[in-house]
Design a protein around this ligand. Structure first.
Ligand code: F1P
Length: 303
């Protein structure tokens, strides 16, 4: 019954459409106008965003370096250092109206080529950036981002040579699988990643906080032993996105927690986290479509 209610939320409907969106992003990555805006091999690149978009920036930056395409830094838009030299700056913003993104683009104007990836090409970000990639097909009504964010990451990774097809197949399997009872009953979650999945771990933790108000944390996997293990205990889930470091499962069990390692693609595991966030929100009497204290876009009064 609880899960029947959950399946009716807009957030649930949108997150369920991710496999189709990722496949479409894979096709789009080959289109000349899109590929022409994205960083060429060897360019020195910065990627900026806020919230979910910042975490997608982290994932892409690590994936681009891992693929040998060039140095890539990811920043929260408010924290991008002044005075660094880049060949291109990418900004990620679903809404196209986030204040810190517009301020950053204003500051960079004329100093470096800028590209915005957005779901809303008619918004101020399109005027503020030199080039725009319009992912309007993946736009969302939900406050909490799911499909837009993962679709832009699928596009960016496809540009690096990663076919999103297998991840989309895996996400379909995940969507068809009921959530495990121990996940639904958890008290606390710690998400761990390595390389490009560190950004996914941050995003997974954010999703459960935003939609369900859960206590979540996220770290690079090898950092788990350096403090985060202290909060693991009964009904803690330590969720590894990607390959677990040797010995970590035993240490999580010794700390009294449950290790959740999956063989599925990390992007598909993020879909499982999104499903869980919606389900836990309903169990806690929350509406995932109306998350507490959040707005679809943060627009600040600029003085
Ligand atoms: C980014 C963002 C979301 C967050 C919240 C506020 O917006 O921080 O990630 O969930 O709704 O906005 P955007 O710049 O990608 O539109």
């Amino acid at each position: 019954m609880q899960e029947d209610v959950a399946s009716e939320s807009r957030t649930q409907q949108e997150l369920a459409s991710q496999p189709a969106c990722w496949r479409r992003a894979g096709q789009l990555a080959g289109a000349a106008d899109v590929a022409g805006c994205l960083p060429a091999r060897g360019e020195r690149v910065a990627v900026a965003g806020c919230g979910t978009s910042w975490f997608m920036a982290q994932s892409y930056a690590a994936a681009r370096e891992e693929a040998g395409h060039g140095e890539t830094d990811a920043f929260a838009a408010s924290e991008m250092p002044r005075g660094r030299r880049y060949d291109r700056v990418l900004v990620l913003s679903r809404s196209g109206t986030t204040t810190e993104i517009l301020q950053l683009l204003g500051r960079l104007r004329g100093t470096v080529p800028t590209v915005a990836i957005t779901a809303a090409a008619g918004t101020p970000v399109a005027q503020a950036a030199d080039e725009v990639i319009d992912l309007g097909f993946a736009d969302e009504e939900s406050v909490v981002q799911t499909r837009f964010a993962t679709t832009e990451l699928a596009l960016l990774r496809a540009h690096l040579g990663h076919d999103p097809g297998p991840a989309a197949d895996a996400a379909e399997r995940v969507l068809a699988t009921p959530l495990a009872p121990e996940l639904l009953a958890a008290r606390q979650f710690t998400f761990l990643g390595t390389g490009w999945t560190c950004g996914l771990a941050n995003e997974a933790a954010l999703k459960l906080r935003e939609a369900a108000g859960m206590w979540t944390e996220a770290y690079p996997a090898m950092e788990y032993r350096h403090g985060p293990v202290a909060v693991t205990g009964e009904r803690s889930i330590v969720w590894l996105l990607g390959t677990p470091p040797d010995g970590l499962g035993a240490e999580i069990a010794a700390a009294g927690g449950t290790a959740w390692f999956s063989d599925e693609d990390p992007m598909a595991e993020l879909v499982r986290v999104q499903m869980l966030a919606v389900a836990i929100a309903h169990r806690r009497g929350l509406d995932p479509d109306r998350p507490r204290n959040l707005a679809r876009s943060v627009i600040l009064e600029v003085r």
